[in-house]
Write a protein that binds this ligand. Structure first.
Ligand code: AMP
Ligand code: MG
Length: 335
C-alpha cells in the first residue's frame, strides 16, 4: 500500500491533526506531484496518469481551481467575494454567483443541523480572541459586544434570489469551510486520473494508486503530528481534521483552541482532535469543526445518530490517546 505523504498542520486558521509526512513517493513514471502554498498551507497534489504530461496538466487544472476558489473566498484578500460581503452596508442585498449560492445553501443548512456549533458568522468573535493572530482573552464587555455581532442569523440568506443581506455588522470567517469547498470544486471538475490533494488538515481523493484500494493517509497524535497513530484508506470523498495545531494560541497564559463555541462565545474546551470522512469536502470540513465544538461525548452521540464517519482522538492524562470511532469510520481504517 502506498502511503500518502499527507502533511498535517497548516498555519493560520486552517489546521488539523490529520496525516503525517512520510517517506518519498514510489518511483513510477506515471506518478506526478505538485506542491504549492495556498489557503494558508503547503498544498500537495498527486495524480497517476497515463503520461507525465497529461498528469501534470491535470494537476495544473486542479491547482487553478484551488487558486480561484481562494481568490473568491479568502478574507486575507480585500477583493474576495467574502470580503466584499463582509463590508456590505447593512440592509444591502448582496448578489451571489451560482457556485457561491450553492455553497451558502449548504453552509446555512449545516448551521441549523449542527445546532449552531458550526457557525461561520463569527468573524467578530474570532477577532476578539485573536484566533488568526497569537490569541488574546477579551474582557467581558468586548466579549459581549462580539457576541452581539456574531451568528449567521444576523445575515439573511435568500436562497431563491441568491442574495445575502447583513442585518447587523456581522462578518463571515471562512476558516472552517473554505478548504472543503475548494476541494469539492476540484472533485466536480471531472479529473479522470486518480488524484489526491492534501491541504493540511483536509485530504480529498478520487480513485487510488494503481492496484491499490486507495490512498493511505496516516492519522497523527493530536499533539504530535510526527507520531502516527493509525492509517485510513481514502478512495473517494474527503477526510477533514479539526484540532491539534502546530500554532498554539495563548490567552491569559492558557492554551486555547482555534475553535469558538458560538453558543457562549468562548474557545471550545476539548484538547484532542476529531476526524470526519464525508463524500463532500465542504460537509467534512464544516462537520469536523462542529464536532470539535460539541466535544467527544455529545459529538459521538450526534455522529452516531447521523450515521457519520467520525473518529475522536482524546488525549488522556497519562499521555495515551483514546481513539473512539463510529462504525462508518471503522470501515475506512487500513488493515
Ligand atoms: P477547522 O480547522 O476546519 O475546524 O476550522 C477552524 C477555523 O474555523 C478557525 O480557525 C476559525 O477561523 C473558524 N472557526 C472557529 N470556530 C468556528 C465555529 N464554531 N464555526 C465556524 N467556524 C469556526
Ligand atoms: Mg472545518
Amino acid at each position: 500500500m502506498i502511503r500518502v505523504a499527507a502533511a498535517t498542520i497548516a498555519v493560520a486558521a486552517l489546521i488539523g491533526c490529520g496525516a503525517q509526512p512520510d517517506a518519498a513517493w514510489p518511483a513510477t513514471p506515471n506518478l506526478v506531484e505538485r506542491e504549492a502554498f495556498l489557503m494558508g498551507t503547503r498544498a500537495r497534489l498527486a495524480a497517476y496518469d497515463v503520461s507525465r504530461d497529461s498528469g501534470l496538466h491535470a494537476l495544473e487544472q486542479a491547482l487553478g481551481i484551488l487558486e480561484r476558489t481562494e481568490a473568491e473566498l479568502s478574507t486575507w484578500r480585500d477583493d474576495s467575494v467574502i470580503s466584499l460581503l463582509n463590508r456590505q452596508p447593512i440592509g444591502n442585498a448582496f448578489a451571489l454567483s451560482d457556485a457561491t449560492c450553492r455553497m451558502f445553501r449548504v453552509v446555512y443548512e449545516t448551521v441549523r443541523a449542527t445546532g449552531g456549533t458550526f457557525d461561520p458568522g463569527l468573524g467578530a468573535l474570532t477577532a476578539a480572541w485573536d484566533i488568526h493572530g497569537s490569541g488574546r482573552e477579551p474582557d467581558e464587555r468586548s466579549l459581549a459586544a462580539a457576541r452581539e455581532r456574531s451568528g449567521l442569523r444576523l445575515m439573511r440568506f435568500d436562497a431563491a434570489r441568491c442574495t445575502v443581506t447583513r442585518d447587523a455588522d456581522a462578518t463571515i470567517d471562512v476558516g472552517a469551510f473554505g478548504k472543503g469547498e475548494a476541494l469539492d470544486r476540484v472533485a466536480a471538475s471531472g479529473l479522470r486520473a486518480p488524484w489526491m490533494i492534501d491541504l493540511g488538515g483536509q485530504v480529498s481523493a478520487s480513485g487510488g494508486p494503481p492496484g491499490e484500494r486507495g490512498w493511505q493517509v496516516s492519522i497523527a497524535h493530536p499533539h504530535n503530528r510526527e507520531q502516527r497513530l493509525f492509517d485510513v484508506v481514502l478512495r473517494r470523498g474527503s477526510l477533514s481534521t479539526s484540532g491539534g495545531s502546530e500554532r498554539d494560541l495563548v490567552a491569559n497564559g492558557r492554551r486555547i483552541a482555534h475553535h469558538i463555541d458560538p453558543r457562549n462565545g468562548r474557545p471550545a474546551p476539548f484538547t484532542g482532535s476529531v476526524v470526519v470522512w464525508h463524500h463532500s469536502g465542504l460537509e467534512a470540513d464544516m462537520l469536523s469543526t462542529a464536532l470539535y465544538v460539541m466535544g467527544p461525548i455529545i459529538g459521538m452521540r450526534w455522529a452516531a445518530e447521523q450515521e457519520l464517519a467520525v473518529c475522536y482522538l482524546i488525549p488522556q492524562p497519562d499521555g495515551v490517546v483514546r481513539v473512539v470511532a463510529t462504525p462508518e469510520f471503522e470501515k475506512l481504517r487500513a488493515p
